[in-house]
Write a protein that binds this ligand. Structure first.
Ligand code: GAL
Length: 367
């Protein structure tokens, strides 16, 4: 069941365009609904993983260098686990030929790891950069060494991915369009019984807990969650915007302080990810507030604890950041490079809205 649903999300991957975020949001909702209802579609998509043609790939000997920006990141831990599982269990690469490094949130350290991969002569790299702005330098290093690179999760800017296409550089990006996840968060607030305006004063007063602001996911989720409200004609008031760097403890501290400062004025807590929102939930409960009664709380990622909290009624909504499809697409791109094929410079996976309506289903799928 799980594998089939996941594969269905993977099936939707390649069709998504960067430029159509609001439209994409609707399509994703429809796709998610269809995903859970159409058994035939599930069956068809279940073959997607198996459909990766490994002919011409020396799976016994091919070497892959992977560096993750920081092992302690909850979401990237799920992603990394799935990536290695898929490469080894589904595609047949040898575990001893795959090296996974912790970038320790330090670009210098990670650049060092990449240099070591070059010295070792790996066949392909899969990189979750600490700083997406390092992509031009890293790409040039890899390109000069003749090693293709699949960037994941932290998107290099458009000028950089355009350059790969124009200059025939073997580099690509696999991710998800964070505008879509931000839009979904805003919609989840609009879909509550009060539309977010709990105290009925004609405006939605919120605090925004941001990820690392260097990261486009943090920038877009911050912008588009609020934009969904204003686009719907809702007046908003930002009480506070603070960076929590994707971290649960930071999220808890920020929201604890904000509730002390703004008290009942806070109607909505937007968090750029679930780790920070789970921290926020601790602060909300410690302050004697009740989610979905006197305050709303939304995150992104669909960590199982967050989805369980939705089921328990303590969390308004999250957005599934499909690490299964992203990991599998990244692996597929690496395989294409190993076969000497050209690939699209940018490959996007859809997000899925998660509310009380589908949380049980999503939980079953991610566990
Ligand atoms: C985001 C994810 C965050 C964090 C970040 C790291 O896509 O939602 O939880 O993992 O990536 O770059």
């Amino acid at each position: 069941m799980k594998k089939k649903l996941l594969a269905l999300f993977l099936g939707a991957t390649m069709a998504v365009s960067m430029m159509a975020a609001p439209v994409m949001a609707e399509e994703a909702t429809e796709a998610a609904t269809e995903a859970t209802t159409e058994a035939a579609a599930e069956e068809a998509a279940a073959d997607t993983a198996a459909a990766i043609d490994m002919e011409g790939v020396d799976v016994e000997n091919a070497t892959i260098g992977i560096s993750i920006y920081q092992f302690s990141d909850n979401f990237m831990t799920l992603y990394r686990t799935e990536l290695v599982r898929y490469l080894t269990e589904e595609l047949g690469f040898k575990e001893e030929n795959i090296t996974v490094q912790d970038g320790k949130n330090d670009q210098a350290e990670q650049t060092n790891q990449i240099n070591n991969f070059i010295t070792a002569g790996v066949d392909v790299m899969i990189l979750n950069l600490v700083q997406a702005s390092s992509a031009p330098q890293v790409t040039d290093m890899c390109n000069e060494a003749g090693i293709p690179v699949v960037y994941i999760n932290r998107q290099p800017d458009e000028a950089e991915s355009d350059r790969w296409a124009e200059e025939g550089i073997k580099a690509t990006y696999v991710g998800a369009d964070a505008r879509q996840s931000g839009t979904f968060q805003g919609e989840e607030i609009l879909e509550t019984s009060t539309g977010g305006d709990i105290n009925g004063d004609g405006k939605v007063s919120y605090i925004m807990v941001q990820g690392d602001p260097e990261n486009i996911d943090a920038q877009y989720r911050t912008e588009y969650s609020v934009k969904a409200l204003t686009d719907a004609g809702v007046e908003v008031e930002e009480l506070l915007l603070q960076r929590g760097d994707w971290d649960q403890a930071r999220g808890q501290q920020i929201v604890q302080d904000a509730l002390t400062q703004f008290g009942d004025q806070v109607e909505v807590v937007f968090c750029n990810n679930d780790a920070m929102a789970l921290g926020a939930l601790q602060a909300i409960q410690a302050a004697g507030r009740t989610v979905n009664e006197d305050i709303y709380l939304v995150g992104v990622d669909a960590l199982s604890e967050a989805v369980q909290s939705i089921i328990d009624g303590n969390y308004t909504g999250t957005v599934f950041n499909d690490h299964f499809s992203q990991a599998q697409t990244a692996a597929a791109m690496a395989v294409s490079f190993l076969k000497g094929e050209d690939v699209e410079p940018v490959n996007m996976v859809d997000y899925v809205k998660v509310t009380a309506d589908n949380a049980a289903e999503i939980l079953e799928m991610i566990q």
